[in-house]
Every structure is written in structure tokens, then in C-alpha cells.
Ligand binder design. Structure first.
Ligand SMILES: [Fe+2]
Length: 187
């Protein structure tokens, strides 16, 4: 994969006005503080390991071993895996669709992006927070938060996923079509 110079970007919308953001920022401190107010963890970590093409889960975890160990010991996560998509992946369309509708989990959704980018959408109260996460971003979405995720039409990202109980990470769809009204990752 190619290194990206992209930066994190956040837009906040009213949930009934998807065409007009009330706040747009790429300032990491503002992003962290706005997300902290809704109980979402956002931090920037070092993520400068160069991963070989075709790196498997073990290779990615080993490359980020010290960060993974630190997170696991600090936050009582018990398991870790990696989701990695390279451009042109044959299963990308199906995977994108899977997380593109509003849903909740009985488990925190914790992602440490170590390559590429993807957009989280958090629907909290009357607001929708679109957070485009890039390499180095750590986001922790608490259990029960309504959200969706767009990896884009030709995804390219690697994220380490941390779980307290991976069995709890089952998507419960809300049945709300709100996600279809909001701008996608690349729009
Ligand atoms: Fe999710």
C-alpha cells in the first residue's frame, strides 16, 4: 500500500439536515474534544511501520505489538484481530455494504487505523458525526452507540480491531435508513 498524507476530518450534522454540516474540522484536538462529549474515544497514535504487500494479521499485529499490548493492558481488551483491504479486493463491495446501514453492538467498536482511511458515522442524539479516520487514528465507539461505517467504493485500509468480548460484536441493525441520506466517504 502507498503511504497516505491524508489527515483526519470530521463533520457534524443535524440528523435531519444531511446536506449541511454545522461544523467541519481537521483539528485533532477539536475532534477529540467533540467526540469526548459523546463518550467516543479519539486519539492519535504513532503508526509508521511499513507493512509488506499481502501482510497477514500476525504480521500487522507484530509490527504494532507495543501499541497493541499497551491498549490491551490499559483497557481490558482480551482479543485483537486485523481487517485489511487492498485496492481491488474482490470482497470489497459485499464488505462495504455490510457496515453501511445504521447499527449498534453490545460491545465497544475499537479501531486503530494503521494504513488508509475509512469513515465512521456516529448518530448520537439529534446529531450525526462523520469522522474520516486515517493512519494513526484510534477510535473507540461505546457499545450501544448507533453508527455506520463507509470504507468507500475501492477500499484501502488496515485497522487493528480490539475486543473485550468478540462474541458481543454482532451488528444489530436499527432499520433506520438515515445512513443513505448522508455523504459517503468520498463525497
Ligand atoms: Fe459497527
Amino acid at each position: 500500500m502507498t503511504a497516505t498524507t491524508a489527515t483526519t476530518f470530521m463533520r457534524i450534522f443535524r440528523d435531519d439536515r444531511p446536506q449541511e454540516a454545522v461544523l467541519e474540522t481537521s483539528d485533532g484536538d477539536i475532534i477529540a474534544s467533540e467526540l469526548d462529549e459523546i463518550g467516543v474515544r479519539f486519539e492519535r497514535w504513532d503508526a509508521d511501520a511499513e507493512l509488506p504487500a499481502g501482510a497477514d494479521q500476525a504480521t500487522v499485529i507484530e509490527a504494532y505489538r507495543s501499541s497493541v499490548d499497551k491498549l490491551m493492558s490499559e483497557c481490558s481488551y482480551t482479543s485483537v484481530d486485523v481487517i485489511r483491504l487492498e485496492r481491488g479486493a474482490p470482497n470489497a463491495g459485499a464488505l462495504r455494504t455490510k457496515f453501511l446501514d445504521e447499527h449498534q453492538h453490545g460491545e465497544d467498536e475499537v479501531r486503530f487505523f494503521v494504513e488508509g482511511r475509512g469513515a465512521f458515522y456516529l448518530h448520537v442524539g439529534p446529531r450525526v458525526y462523520q469522522v474520516i479516520c486515517v493512519r494513526g487514528d484510534l477510535i473507540g465507539v461505546p457499545a450501544g452507540t448507533k453508527h455506520w461505517f463507509d470504507m468507500g467504493p475501492d477500499p484501502e485500509f488496515t485497522a487493528v480491531r480490539l475486543f473485550i468480548n468478540p462474541d458481543g460484536w454482532v451488528a444489530k441493525f436499527t432499520g433506520d435508513t438515515i445512513a443513505s441520506q448522508f455523504p459517503k466517504l468520498d463525497s
